[in-house]
Write a protein of this length. Sequence first.
Length: 204
Amino acid sequence: MSTIRVDAKVVMLGKESVGKTSLVERYVHHRFLVGPYQNTIGAAFVAKPIQLGEKVVTLGIWDTAGSERYEAMSRIYYRGARAAIVCYDLTDSSSFQRARFWVKELQNCEEQCKIYLCGTKNDLITADRSLRQIDYHDAQDFAEEIGAQYFETSSKTGNNVGESDIVMLRTLDLSQTAVFIHEESGVDLGQKKDSYFYSCCHNN
């Protein structure tokens, strides 16, 4: 029985230190690495295979640098992306403004890219509500305005991290946005499960 493999490019965007790398670690490897993290330089790449019926969908996730000095480089990585997870820190209002910037960039340059708005570090505001700087309803209204799915996540606890996976697969038009490869033999998902490799200089 043949298996259909589907490749879809996903890009992570957002201000530095909002937790993009932590989110990828939790999503792909089901773990939370205790810091301190060094900022990503350029971008990191990881492949996440998911079984979906007779299809094996491989999300090629680009974790981009958040520093403004790498802004031009980030534009290279979101080209051709079928989905973008735009992240902001729920305890940092400036990161939400930066998220708005990236949404505008995508709307202007990648009109076919499906946007997912992701508020990170939910565990911090669960422990202390006074730390929240972006109101949930304001973020939800913005997501509805741009036609995006909205999540509040915690890489530390894993809260809502897997939900973006399910919604993404349901909303992406995989038949039109990916390359299909038919294989007679099965696909060993475990073989790629822990693959994490780099496209540029990267510090975790």
